[in-house]
Design a protein around this ligand. Structure first.
Ligand code: FMN
Length: 198
């Protein structure tokens, strides 16, 4: 994957970063087209091959396709209302859950959320490669999700992902912005922008 030193993140992503990254966005309108089971399997396989601290693989996913109406509606019901409004179009919802303790030792895994996020990033890149898009949501009731899906102690519901093919008419929101590289890439001392990104 090519890196860029030239892209201004104040602008829309365009040239300079890999097309799989540039083409990713978070739609609020999805096509009603179901996601093929083999593609779903590929997404979770992509998540599976993520790196993780101690190779603990602390990610867990509870997925609900629209055809399984009962489970789908249960997961949908955990979303805050503004998210539920648009996410109900998505053919698949996925609850992303972190395992908080290591398997190999009874101690907290400080990187559990980090590793779950990486696995979702892998899944998201794979989704883009398959023409799918994912809109991640923190706006959901984690306690309700725990209750509704019998999530045991030691596991934390972290996010819900809305997955599907974007609606043909939908396009990334105009004016998507990012911080400038100099605001978060430092060298030598905190806050001193690295020369390579200037
Ligand atoms: C952990 C996380 C939580 C998010 N929560 C919400 C949410 O509750 N509702 C929403 O509409 N978007 C949510 N988003 C989507 C972000 O707003 C979106 O990724 C960001 O604005 C950048 O837009 P882009 O993904 O199209 O590049 C979330 C994204 C992440 C990664």
């Amino acid at each position: 994957m090519q890196e860029t030193k030239t892209l201004s993140l104040k602008e829309e992503t365009s040239a300079g970063i890999h097309t799989l990254l540039a083409r990713r966005w978070s739609p609020k309108a999805f096509s009603s087209h179901a996601v093929e089971p083999e593609k779903l399997a590929q997404l979770f396989e992509a998540a599976r091959w993520s790196p993780s601290c101690y190779n603990a693989q602390p990610w867990r996913f509870v997925m609900a396709a629209r055809q399984e109406a009962e489970g789908y509606n249960r997961l949908l019901s955990t979303l805050v209302e503004p998210n539920r409004q648009w996410a109900q179009q998505a053919p698949v919802l996925i609850l992303a859950v972190a395992k908080l303790d290591f398997d190999h030792a009874p101690k907290p895994n400080r990187h559990a959320f980090y590793d779950l996020g990486q696995s979702v990033a892998n899944l998201t890149v794979q989704a883009t490669a398959l023409g799918l898009q994912i809109h991640q949501m923190g706006g959901f009731d984690a306690a309700a999700a725990r209750e509704l899906f019998a999530i045991p102690k030691g596991f934390e519901p972290v996010a819900v992902l809305a997955l599907g093919y974007p609606d043909g008419q939908a396009a990334p929101q105009a004016g998507r912005t990012r911080k400038d590289l100099a605001d978060f890439v430092f060298s030598g001392s905190w806050g001193r922008p690295a020369a390579v990104i200037l």
